[in-house]
Design a binder for this molecule. Sequence first.
Ligand code: UDP
Length: 404
Amino acid sequence: MVKLDDYESIIGSERVEAIRELAAPLQGSVVQHINSAAVGGGVAEILKRLVPLMEDVGLVPRWNVLRGTDEFFSITKTFHNAFHGQPVEINDFMFDTYREVSRQNFDLVDTAADFVILHDQQPLGLAELRPDHPGHWIWYCHIDPVDVDRRLWEFLRDYASLCDGAIYHLPEYVKELGSRVHVMPPAIDPLSEKNREVDEEERLAILSNLEVPDDLPLIVQVSRFDRLKDPVGVIRSFKIVRDQVPCRLVLAGGGAGDDPEGVQVLEEARREADGDPGIMVLELAPTADLEINVLQRSAAVVVQKSVREGFGLTVTEAMWKGRPVVASPVGGIRIQVLHEETGLAASGDEVVADAVVRLLKDPALAASIGVSAREMVKRNFIMPVYLERWIGLLASERRLTCDC
Ligand code: UDP
C-alpha cells in the first residue's frame, strides 16, 4: 500500500514531515467518502490513491460506493449533462427515483463518521440524513456547475444546502449555498501504475500488446467515450493534421459504471474512423492503467478536445509525463494549460489541428512546453500536495464548528 514516505523523492523529506505534523490533530478521525463508481472516471481515480494516504497519516478513511439501478444511473447521467448546460429534459419522475434510491442507500452512511464527503451529485440525496448525524458533511462538486439547469439545481440545492461545506475545483464554480466554501483542485498520483516511470523495453512491449505501431508520431486522447470529450471532433482534427504531417491517432478509453452513454459514443467514434488504418479507437478495460500510462508517454502530442471539463485529470497525467498537450481552454484545463507555456490552448477542429501541427513541426517548442508542464503539475497537482490540502480543509472544518 502506498505510503506518504514514498513521495520523499518527489517532494523532499521535510515536506513529508510537515504533512504528518499537520495531520496530527486529526488522528483517528473517521472520514467517509461516498461516490457512485468504484472504477472509471476521475473521482474513483482520486479516491483509489487518496484513501490509503489518509490512512497512512493517521486518519480513518472509508470509501463507499452508492448502489444504484441502471435507471438511477441513466437519470444521474442526465443530471450530469444538465450540470454541463446540455439541453435535456428533467422531470418529476427523475426526482422521485433519485429520492427513492438515495433513501435505499441510507445504510451506507457511517453513523460514527466525523466527516462525510459526498462526491458529485449522485450521492447528494444522502444529505437528507445530515440533520440527524453528528459529523461534518461536505459536498464535493467535481464538475463545472456554472450552467447547471435551473430546475435541477433547485432540486439538488436543497440537499447541498444541508451540508456544512462544499468543495469546488475552481473559484468560479462556487454556488451560493450558505455553507462554507473550499476551493481545491484535484491531483494525480505520480507513483501509480498510470503515472510511474516506464522503461523503454516495457513501453514497447505494451504498445505491441495494444497493436499500436511505433513507426509514426502518435496523437493521443485518453478519455471516457463521452460526447463532452468530443472524440468525433478529435478524429476530424486528426484528419487535418495528417494531411500535413504523417502521424497516427489513438483514441483510448473505456466506460464508467455510472455512464450508460459510453457504448453509443464509442460507436459514433468508430463510425467517424470508418476503418481508417491510421486511426485506432481502443476500448480499454478499467484496469488498463499501465496501458494509459504508456499511450500518454508515447504520444508526440496529447490532445484533450473537451467541450466541458470539471478539471481534466487526463491533461494532468500527460503533463506530468512531460508531454506537450493541446487542449480546449475549458474548466480546470484553464489553470493547467497556460498557453504557450505549459501547453497549447485550442478549440475548434482546425485550431486544434494547427496547434498539433505546430508541435509536431517544432520539437524544441514541444520539449520546452513538456518541461514546464511537468513542473507545474509537480508544484500543484500531485497526491501529497492534495493530501496536504485535504488535511488543512478538514482541520478548518473542525475548527469552525468546534464549540471549544
Ligand atoms: N480513465 C481511465 N480509463 C479510461 C478513461 C479514463 O482510467 O478508459 C481515467 C483517466 O486516466 C483519468 C480519469 O479516468 O485519470 C478521468 O478523469 P478526467 O478528469 O480527465 O475526466 P472525467 O472522466 O472525470 O470526466
